[in-house]
Design a protein around this ligand. Structure first.
Ligand code: SF4
Length: 353
């Protein structure tokens, strides 16, 4: 480990400029803080966290829609755990759960089929949140529901695709990222090819990394060597899990059920082709086909800078509320709630103002 850190410092010395590397995965953010990798970097190498937490990038308006649907006791809302405590405009799913006792938290989308069967007199509404890592499993579940002809299932389709978000980030001139530490889990599914246009068209190095301390350090070393040599391309460090073409079966089921649509990312705004929408044949499960959704003007705490943190423009320590008011026990914004949130990572592993 010491050797690789020394090698990073030696190569960084040969670069006569500052280098900004963005990690696009909440698990990497957690690992970097946990292992203290940010503290091992030479002065001219900066690690920045990006929009890599699916819960954090889900806009408040979607949470408000989920809460709206919970007001009807004939509906059961099904969510992944982290979503429960994320604040909506006025309240959170957690605060609303006791009113009608109609919330179910699942660890796997495969549990949903059983929930629909056990509650056949209720509408089961699944809040689809996640990146390419979880979307194939969700797609498989929706396909099974169709095959079983289950009639009481609906989706709030808020899944997201990572490469379009990376493109939006490189187009932001203020950020000026040199390279991406690409997400390992997402890349197991999509492979390395979907990042190649970022290297080719935008001249950014992309390296897909594993999650151990040595994986991340080796990936950083690959990045700065490629930058030093002006050899801008996409590489895989996490070769034990990621192939160029990814997992063909998983991609196939994901694209059978979900098409892409323009989608709003918290803090980043609308990104073309970055969200999920159910394809023809599965549209009947979309909440918009079944429920009347009232438009709600979303509200967020003005002092919360989650949006800028997700874009890599600011750090949690720049937020006035960090640790003083906003803590994991009393989260003000999504980045403090999720286990993959940047504010939660800074809080847990000793980020100080
Ligand atoms: Fe928002 Fe809390 Fe993070 Fe501040 S510390 S940006 S309030 S989540």
């Amino acid at each position: 480990m010491i050797e690789i850190v020394e090698e990073i410092r030696k190569v960084a010395n040969q670069l006569d400029r500052k280098v900004k590397i963005m990690e696009v995965c909440g698990t990497h953010t957690m690992a970097i803080r946990r292992f203290g990798i940010h503290n091992l970097m030479p002065q001219n190498v900066e690690l920045i966290s990006g929009p890599g937490c699916p819960v954090c990038v889900t806009p408040v308006s979607m949470i408000d829609i989920a809460i709206q649907l919970m007001q009807d006791p004939t509906n059961i809302l099904v969510v992944f755990g982290d979503m429960v405590r994320v604040p909506g405009s006025k309240t959170s799913i957690e605060k609303e759960r006791t009113k009608n006792n109609n919330l179910k938290v699942v660890f796997s989308p495969f549990d949903i089929v059983k929930i629909t069967e056990e509650n056949s007199d209720k509408n089961i509404i699944f809040f689809v949140v996640g990146f390419e890592t979880t979307l194939p499993g969700i797609a498989w579940t929706i396909k099974s529901i169709k095959e079983k002809n289950i009639k009481n299932f609906y989706c709030i389709s808020a899944g997201k695709f990572i490469p379009p978000a990376m493109e939006a980030i490189v187009c932001d001139k203020e950020l000026n990222i040199d390279a991406f530490l690409c997400p390992g889990h997402v890349s197991v599914i999509i492979g390395s090819r979907p990042y190649e246009f970022i290297s080719k068209d935008y001249q950014k190095v992309c390296v897909i990394s594993g999650f151990e301390a040595l994986d991340i350090l080796e990936s950083i070393l690959i990045i700065i060597k490629l930058l030093r040599n002006n050899d801008i391309k996409t590489e895989i460090q996490y070769t034990r899990a990621v192939k160029k073409d990814g997992n063909k079966k998983a991609k196939m089921i994901m694209t059978e059920v979900f098409d892409s649509c323009d989608s709003i990312w918290r803090g980043v705004g609308k990104i073309p082709h970055s969200g999920t929408v159910l394809r023809e044949g599965y549209k009947i499960y979309d909440i918009k086909e079944r429920f009347k959704i009232e438009e709600i003007k979303e509200e967020t705490n003005k002092l919360c800078i989650c949006g800028d943190i997700l874009k890599g423009k600011q750090k949690p320590i720049d937020c006035k509320l960090f640790t003083e008011v906003c803590t994991p026990a009393n989260p003000v914004g999504a980045c403090m709630v999720s286990q993959e949130g940047t504010c939660a990572a800074y809080y847990k592993y000793g980020g100080t103002r």
